[in-house]
Every structure is written in C-alpha cells, then in structure tokens.
Design a protein around this ligand. Structure first.
Ligand SMILES: NC(=O)c1ccc[n+]([C@@H]2O[C@H](COP(=O)([O-])OP(=O)(O)OC[C@H]3O[C@@H](n4cnc5c(N)ncnc54)[C@H](OP(=O)(O)O)[C@@H]3O)[C@@H](O)[C@H]2O)c1
Length: 262
C-alpha cells in the first residue's frame, strides 16, 4: 500500500478508530488533516504520526456553515484532497421509548447531516482533480438494528442510502465511495454514547472492551480503502449478522431480539 503524499482528511481523529486510521495512513506515507473538536487530543495524535506531515484542523460536525472555510484551509496548505474519511460520530445506549426526541435529532445531526455536509463541501474539489475517495465509517448497525441503538442505527442506515446513491452519481468522475462497517472495536464509543436524556453513558461496554484493537481495525480498513472496496464489514463473529439478516431474516430477528447486547 502506498499513499505517498496523498492528502487524507480524517474526522474524529482525536481518539479511537480515527486516531488508529491516522497512524496507519501516516505509516503508509500520507499527509494528514486531523479534525474533531478536541484540539489538544488532535495535536497529540499529530505528534504521534510524525514524521508524517499533519494539519490539525478543529471542526465540529454540528457546524456545517464552517465547512467551506475548513476546505479552503486544507487547500491553502496542501492544494488538494485525495481521501476524506468521515469517521467522527457518537453512539447511543437507551431504549427507543426512553430516548428524548432531541437525542434522536442530535445523533442524526452529527452522524448523518454533519457527514453529508462535509462531503458536499469536499467532493467538488475531488471532481475537479479527476480523482478522490470518500470513506464513510458506518457500523454493522448501519445494516441491522439492535437493542439500545435505535437513533444510532437510524443515523447509520441513512448514511448507506445517501452514499450508495452518491457513488452511482460519481461513477464517471474518478471519485469513489467506500463504506466501512465496524463490528466491536475497543474504543471509547460507549463511554461517549448518549443515554435517553442526552447525557453520556460514561462506562465501557463489555462487548466493546472485548472488541478488535483499533490498530488491527485500521490495518484492515486502510487495505480495503486501497483496494477501492465499496462496502466492507470489519470485526469478529458479529459480522456474520449481515449475512444472517440477508439470508435468514426470521431467524435473525429472533436472535437479535434476545441478544440485548448493550
Ligand atoms: N468502536 C466501535 O465499536 C464502533 C463500531 C461501529 C462503528 N463505530 C464508528 O466509528 C467511528 C469512530 O468511533 P470510535 O469508536 O473511535 O469512538 P470514539 O473514540 O468515541 O471517537 C469518536 C470521534 O468522533 C468525534 N466526534 C464526536 N462528536 C463530534 C462532533 N460533534 N464534531 C466532530 N467530531 C466529533 C470525537 O472527537 P472530538 O470529541 O474531538 O470531537 C472522536 O474523535 C464512529 O462513527 C462510530 O459510530 C465504532
């Protein structure tokens, strides 16, 4: 894999999967743009990616009007954008009926509208270059719903609809779309997940704690991106759920209803 001098812009680069992707792209020669809200953590990740060139670019996915200015900052520094990795996002841990509608809206705002808005701001540059790739970090929960994640699953399912359509529209432009669906990856995702009243859960799920190390996820993800894959599932046995739902949906419904994996 060679991403030599390619400009890779990663959202949610301050921790977890985004940090691991930044380190993996750096190892493969990329120049990086690191985005998220926590500037100190972005700077830490940037230092860990040395000697790769990095631009720390604070960005809130809830602030779409700021995105054109952010694109201009990246172009002023690097002159191009080869890969946009839409990784930033938040999860949820609450029963649907105990989740305030504001929380449903917040998950859609950050995970879906933030991602869509940033993509719309970046893709015209890729089209004018005649080359580029948009990567979306969805989830297995973007392929099937599970307990405690109704709003999160909805936001991730929405991404599949949007980005599958976008891929078809970009077909002749040289710009590709890769959707990555992680299973359980050992990050702070559940710690930061919103509960029904919008406050963070602040505890690590058992399944997440036993998940793939982020560096292992990142190696597999970057390989899939290099191969130009349209959609990949990366995790442990939980990835079998995609096939089970497709080919035995009745059995899957019984199984997932009982699983109650928080
Ligand atoms: N870990 C898993 O098991 C798993 C499974 C399936 C999918 N995923 C997906 O993987 C992606 C990364 O999550 P993670 O597991 O690495 O968890 P994480 O450590 O909590 O990382 C989430 C990242 O998103 C950023 N973020 C959150 N709200 C943001 C906002 N308003 N604006 C900009 N950035 C924001 C955070 O950065 P700041 O706090 O600095 O803003 C953080 O870097 C998410 O899209 C998640 O849905 C994870």
């Amino acid at each position: 894999m060679n991403f030599s001098k390619q400009v890779v812009w990663i959202t949610g680069a301050s921790s977890g999967i985004g940090e691991a992707l930044a380190r993996e792209f750096a190892r493969n020669g990329a120049r990086l743009v690191l985005s998220g809200r926590n500037t100190a953590e972005l700077a830490r990740v940037g230092a860990a990616c040395a000697p790769a060139e990095t631009l720390v670019l604070p960005l809130d996915l809830g602030d779409a009007p700021s995105f054109p200015g952010k694109v201009a900052e990246v172009l002023a520094r690097y002159g191009r954008i080869d890969i946009l990795v839409n990784n930033g996002g938040i999860s949820q841990r609450s029963l649907a009926l105990e989740t305030a509608l504001d929380v449903d809206r917040r998950l859609m705002e950050i995970n879906y509208f933030g991602t869509v808005a940033l993509t719309k701001a970046v893709v015209p540059t890729m089209i004018s270059q005649g080359r580029g790739r948009v990567v979306v970090v969805s989830s297995l929960v973007g392929k099937f719903g599970t307990p405690y994640r109704s709003a999160y699953a909805a936001s991730k399912h929405a991404l599949h609809g949007f980005f599958d359509s976008l891929r078809t529209e970009l077909e002749a432009t040289g710009v590709g779309v890769s959707i990555l669906c992680p299973g359980f990856v050992r990050t702070g995702i559940s710690v930061n997940a919103l509960t029904g009243d919008g406050t963070p859960l602040r505890t690590m799920d058992e399944a997440t704690a036993k998940g793939l190390p982020p560096a292992v996820f990142a190696r597999r993800a970057v390989r899939a991106i290099a191969q130009g894959r349209n959609e990949v599932y990366i995790g442990g046995r939980e990835t079998w759920g995609v096939l089970l739902k497709r080919f035995a949906p009745g059995l899957f419904a019984k199984f997932v209803g009982r699983a109650k994996v928080r």
